[in-house]
Each structure stands twice: as structure tokens, then as C-alpha cells.
Design a protein around this ligand. Structure first.
Ligand code: IVH
Length: 667
């Protein structure tokens, strides 16, 4: 019986590949189902354990979805270009960095889905991760197993199956299947997905893999990220090999000898892409030689050997039905146009932000107007034109409210800003947004604390500020709408977990006016803790490179008004008040006998290989000091691209200047 089972598994794998990967089915669906049933029956009758790569094992398992797992190496994203000139600049840069070596380029369609990593050990699919934040991905192995075009086992070729292989690719949902899914969702009382990409992302992150299995997910693998024991010399070679191992690659990858040919490929797809059954938002251009890719390397965000060449935004025409005003985290009142639903670039668009009162006036957008809407990639759609010729005279001019639409407090219009604000700090609309910001991905990352939960927490007065989150227990949470005991437990756990967040995330999460992620990092780099920052004067803060008087004033104001909140967060047990910060860790691990030790550096301009914050850390761990302005006490200026007044000052004061290359060499 075992050989019969083995043969049947091999036969089914063959037909799966023909049907789902090669699109060349050899047998009917009914015949395929019959083979599957036969295998299930034989496996049930046999005593032998069923291996996880059996075709019957696509749905099952039960591993916990969402464990964060580090990627072998970061899953970078791509730098974008939008026109021929930017493409040529990319080509020029590659040519310069490779010192005129002949270079081949591969072009591929940029599939608009969700980036994933697939890991095969000894030919068996063992783990799949989302891109996550690029450094860590979420474990979605069970959900990926349900995708028929993800082989559970690689096919043996002339070369041996590698002991470890990691391929990266894009999971997507075909365009025409979105309507089916949305009809089903609406029938179940769920909101429809806005576009195929959201549908793919939503389907891959479901707790229940059997629902994922019912979604028409598909994959194209675009990169062989790691393979043990086999050397390739080009990207095209690795694509060919991946296809032979049974991985599904997009058929339109093409190799070119020049950037002009790349432009030609792009132009061909500008119109043709609409005939494809899946969404593509551009062309990915990659240097083919792997040794050249290696030589070009990457910045902290993007590889220098590849670029996304995006297609132009798509447009649609619709009508403004009304204009509503939303209240943001800082009290800013944002007008939003509610539109007659219109389909645009695969999504149904029902509203568009109008930014501010000025924008409505300068574009003269009226209720009832016919407008041109544009959507570029992920960007929220915007109104680019009013079709004034189509006006009937029934359009009405929008009058901006002079009271907050949520709490009724009279709004304030400042001289220097175009923004209109609700200045009532206890306005519930603002509080809700502040909590959402605190919990957001780039701040404290509290998963499961979505807008619906926040609304209830604030409306029921369970939460009056972000520190109140830490006092929440399972009991009141589990009684909220659409929240059971397990979700409540999970939320309490997530909130507790956020106590370990690094101090710069907490600072960003506080939502201080003008303190975005970069500013928060800069401030913590200098002041190390919230306590030290709260004691700083505007002058201290302004002396940080990249921080101006407006930010300084905002920070000082915040801390002078919110000390009780800071104390409450400390009492809630946030570790950033007690545990060693990144910066103090640096102090502890300093090596003292290096080129850098005891010397004072200033870093200016933009470095290609790292951010200025990273450069400063590197210097500090080697015993050097980093300051923000060039004086006679500065030992070296490290000057990246676009260095300005600091460069001039260094020349004036005879301070030696290191280029980025010099700096790397010293490191
Ligand atoms: S290559 C380091 N090739 O686009 C190389 N990416 O905006 C990175 N994507 O994160 C990716 N189709 O998820 C590559 N043919 C393709 C792609 C592709 C879609 C996605 C990918 C990436 C994102 C970057």
C-alpha cells in the first residue's frame, strides 16, 4: 500500500504543478478530485504517519499565527522612479559605481500584492513569513501552505535539492476574483476589501487557515534570497533554477543589454498591463550579475542594484456628494469629500481627503461637483481637477464649521498655519486618535487595539489617556462589543508587551506636535531618556542637529503641560524609565583604543550606506564623541552628499574632512 500512496502523491503533485503553476492542466477538475479522494482514503487506511508535504495536508497544522521571526537578512523595499529621466539616473549611478563595467538588466512586472519569504529545508516547505517591518516577519506558514501554487515539496532536478533555500515572492489575488470575495463578505456582514492587495493581505493573516484556503490566492516568486551550497552567477540563472525546482515565477522576466531596452519594455506594459489577470503597479529593474549586485550593495532601505519603475497613476471621474469634517489627533480639522463610489485602479473609492480649508478654496471644490480623481499605488486618492464646465448651478460652496463637529468647542485659526483646530484637549475625537497613534505600528505597536475598540473604551470612559490602557483588565474588555474573553486576554497581553518598547518609540507615541519618528530618534540620541528630555531647555533641544525652534518649543510645552501623564506612564511600569537605553548600552560597550576614541566628530549631509543616527552610534561605540556644530574643538567632519554650511565652516577652521568612503574605511 505504501508504494501506491507514494505514487499517488507524486502523481497529484505533478497535476498540481501543471494546473496551478504552469497553467497547462492535463486532466479535468473532476479527475483531479477523484485522485485526491483516493489518496485521502488510502492515507486514512494506512498506519504510516502522513508527512506534512503530502498534497492532502494543505489545511491543518495549527501553529500560532503571527509569531515574529527574524529574517535571514532584511527584506528591503525598492526605491521608486516615475519617469525616463529617473530611470536613466539609476542607470548612470550603476554605471558610475561599477566603473563602466558592461551591465545587463532584468525587468520583471512589479506585482501588487504582499511580499513573503518561503523557506524550504531539504526540499520541504517548512516556513513562510510576511515581510513585516523588513527585519522581522510574521509566521504565516499554515496560511501559505493553502496556496496551491506554493509547492509543499521541491522537484528534484539535475542539481541536488539544497539543504536550505529561501525564496521571496509576492502573494496576490487575481483582479476579477475580488468581487466574488466582497460579495461573500458583505453577505457575512463584513466590510468589503478596497483592492486585491488588501484582500490578499487580509487573507494571509487570518487565524483560520481553512478560510485562507477558500480565497483564490496565488504567488509569483521573484528572488532567490538564499541557497545553501549552490553558486549562481546571474539573477536570470536563479530564476530558471527556481522554475525547475517547481516554484512559480512570472513568465515576463526579460534580460536587456541597455537602459534604453528597459524603457522599451516599460512602455510595452503601460497599456498591456490592463489585460493581465493580476494588478501590477510598475516594472522592477534589476542588475543581472550577482557579483555586480553584491558590489553595488544596499542602503539601509533599498538595494542599489534594483529600482521600481512605477506606472502612472490612474484616473477616474465622479461626483462629490458631501463634505465631512474629521478631527485628528492634534485637533486639526480635516475636510473629507464623500464621493459617489467609483472604481479606480481596482479599488472602489468612496472618499478623498481635502487636506484643509485652503485646499477646498484654491481648487474651488463644491458639493455636487464632478471631479477627476487620481490614485497612485498605495497613496490615498486625491482630487486633481474640478470639471467646472460640467457645473449645473446646483453645486453648493462648503462652509467650514466654526465649532468642532465632535465636542462643539469653537475652533481656532492660527496666523501662520492653514490648519483649523479644535483646541479642547479633552475632545474625545482627539483622544481616540491619540490612543490610535500610541498603539500604531511605528509607535508602541499594540496589536488588536483597533478603532472600534478605542471608540468603546473612550465612550465608556474606561480610558481617559494612554496610560489608562495599562490598567485595563480582561473583565471590562471582554464585555465590549465584538470582543470575547480570548481576544480580551490577547489585548491585555499586547498592552503589557508594549511596556518593553524602546524609549524613542514611546516618545514618538506620545504624539507631540512636530515630533515624528526621526525627530524622536534624534532627541533620544542626545538626551537618552524622557526624564532628561523633560528637563531640557529650548536652547538645549535646538542645539541638536536637525531640530529647529518650532520643535523645541513644542517639546518643552508638551512636557510642561503633561508631567502627570509621564508620571502615570512611569508608574504603569514602562521599562524605558528604568532599563538601559540603546544610548546607555552604547556607553557600556565602548571600545577605547580606536581611531575614533577621544575624538570629536560632526556628521553632516546624507550618507548612502547608513543614516546619520547609525553613523553616530558607530562612532560612539568606538569611543568617539558626536556633536552637532563644527567648532575649533571638532577633530573631523564626516561629510555626506549635500553637505552645506558645516562643510564651509570646517574648511574655514581647517577641520579635516572625511568622505563617506574614508569614514567606512576607518570603521
Ligand atoms: S524585488 C531587494 N521583484 O515590491 C529586492 N519585488 O516596493 C526587493 N514586488 O517588497 C524586491 N514584484 O514585495 C521584487 N518582481 C518583483 C516584485 C517585487 C513585487 C514587491 C516586493 C517588494 C516591493 C517593493
Amino acid at each position: 500500500m505504501q508504494t501506491q500512496i507514494d505514487d499517488l502523491r507524486a502523481l497529484i503533485r505533478h497535476h498540481e504543478r501543471k494546473y496551478y503553476i504552469e497553467n497547462l492542466p492535463e486532466i479535468s477538475d473532476a479527475e483531479f478530485d477523484r485522485l485526491m479522494k483516493q489518496l485521502e482514503a488510502l492515507e486514512a487506511a494506512s498506519d504510516a504517519p502522513i508527512p506534512p508535504d503530502s498534497p492532502t495536508q494543505r489545511v491543518g497544522g495549527g501553529a500560532v499565527l503571527g509569531t515574529r521571526i527574524p529574517h535571514r537578512n532584511p527584506m528591503l523595499s525598492l526605491n521608486n522612479s516615475y519617469d525616463e529621466q529617473e530611470l536613466n539616473e539609476f542607470g548612470e549611478r550603476v554605471r558610475r559605481l561599477l566603473e563602466d563595467e558592461p551591465t545587463e538588466y532584468v525587468t520583471e512586472l512589479k506585482i501588487d500584492g504582499l511580499g513573503v519569504s518561503l523557506i524550504y529545508e531539504n526540499g520541504v516547505f517548512t516556513r513562510g513569513l510576511t515581510r513585516g517591518d523588513g527585519e522581522y516577519g510574521e509566521d504565516i506558514t499554515d496560511n501559505l501552505r493553502t496556496i496551491r501554487s506554493v509547492p509543499l515539496r521541491l522537484i528534484e532536478t539535475d542539481a541536488e535539492i539544497p539543504s536550505v533555500l529561501e525564496a521571496r515572492g509576492e502573494v496576490f489575488i487575481p483582479k476579477h476574483r475580488l468581487d466574488d470575495i466582497n460579495m461573500q463578505r458583505e453577505a457575512e456582514g463584513e466590510p468589503p476589501f478596497a483592492n486585491p492587495r488588501n484582500a490578499a493581505a487580509g487573507s494571509l493573516r487570518l487565524q483560520d487557515a481553512s478560510i485562507t484556503a477558500s480565497r483564490p490566492l496565488d504567488i509569483f516568486v521573484y528572488n532567490l534570497n538564499y541557497v545553501e551550497g549552490i553558486e549562481f552567477s546571474t539573477h536570470t540563472e536563479s530564476l530558471e533554477k527556481m522554475k525547475r525546482w517547481g516554484l512559480k515565477c512570472n513568465p515576463y522576466a526579460t534580460c536587456h543589454k541597455s537602459i534604453d531596452e528597459v524603457q522599451h519594455y516599460y512602455e510595452q506594459w503601460v497599456e498591456k498591463r490592463h489585460d493581465l489577470p493580476y494588478e501590477t503597479d510598475g516594472v522592477v529593474v534589476k542588475v543581472n550579475q550577482l557579483s555586480q549586485q553584491h558590489e553595488l550593495g544596499a542602503t539601509s532601505k533599498y538595494p542599489r542594484w534594483a529600482i521600481a519603475y512605477k506606472f502612472n497613476a490612474q484616473q477616474a471621474i465622479t461626483t462629490v456628494e458631501k463634505i465631512e469634517v474629521q478631527v485628528g489627533r492634534t485637533g486639526a480639522l480635516t475636510p473629507v469629500a464623500i464621493l459617489k463610489p467609483v472604481s479606480l485602479a481596482g479599488a472602489t473609492i468612496t472618499n478623498a481627503t481635502l487636506h484643509n480649508e485652503q485646499e477646498i478654496r484654491s481648487k474651488d471644490i463644491r458639493i455636487g461637483d464632478r471631479i477627476v480623481l487620481e490614485r497612485a499605488g498605495d497613496v490615498i486618492p486625491k482630487i486633481v481637477e474640478v470639471l467646472t464646465k460640467e457645473r449645473t448651478g446646483n453645486e453648493t460652496v462648503f462652509v467650514f464649521p466654526d465649532r468642532c463637529p465632535v465636542c462643539g468647542t469653537p475652533v481656532e485659526r492660527s496666523e501662520e498655519e492653514v490648519v483649523v483646530r479644535c483646541v479642547n484637549i479633552s475632545c474625545v475625537a482627539q483622544l481616540k486618535r491619540r490612543i490610535a497613534h500610541y498603539a500604531s505600528r511605528n509607535a508602541l505597536q499594540i496589536e488588536g487595539l483597533g478603532p472600534a475598540t478605542i471608540d468603546q473604551l473612550v465612550d465608556k470612559e474606561l480610558v481617559r489617556d494612554v496610560a489608562d490602557l495599562y490598567a485595563l483588565a480582561v473583565e471590562p474588555l471582554s464585555e465590549l462589543d465584538r470582543m470575547g474573553v480570548p481576544s480580551a486576554h490577547n489585548l491585555v497581553h499586547q498592552i503589557k508587551k508594549s511596556k518593553t518598547a524602546p524609549v524613542e518609540k514611546v516618545l514618538f507615541g506620545l504624539g507631540i506636535f512636530h515630533v515624528g519618528e526621526t525627530v524622536a530618534e534624534l532627541l533620544i540620541e542626545r538626551f537618552l531618556s524622557l526624564d532628561a528630555l523633560s528637563r531640557a531647555t529650548p536652547e538645549d533641544i535646538e542645539s541638536v542637529d536637525g531640530i529647529g525652534p518650532q520643535i523645541a518649543e513644542s517639546v518643552v510645552n508638551f512636557f510642561s503641560q503633561n508631567q502627570p501623564l509621564i508620571d502615570k506612564l512611569r508608574e504603569s511600569g514602562l521599562q524605558c524609565f528604568t532599563v538601559t537605553t540603546d544610548a546607555t548600552r552604547i556607553e557600556a560597550s565602548v571600545v577605547t583604543d580606536t581611531f575614533f576614541s577621544g575624538k570629536t566628530f560632526v556628521v553632516t549631509g546624507s550618507l548612502e550606506g547608513m543614516t546619520r543616527t547609525e553613523a553616530s552610534k558607530e562612532i560612539k561605540t568606538r569611543g568617539g564623541k558626536v556633536t552637532s556644530s563644527v567648532t575649533s574643538k571638532t577633530d573631523y567632519l564626516i561629510a555626506g552628499e549635500g553637505a552645506g554650511s558645516k562643510y564651509t565652516k570646517a574648511v574655514e577652521l581647517d577641520v579635516p574632512i572625511l568622505t563617506e568612503a574614508d569614514f567606512f574605511q576607518k570603521l
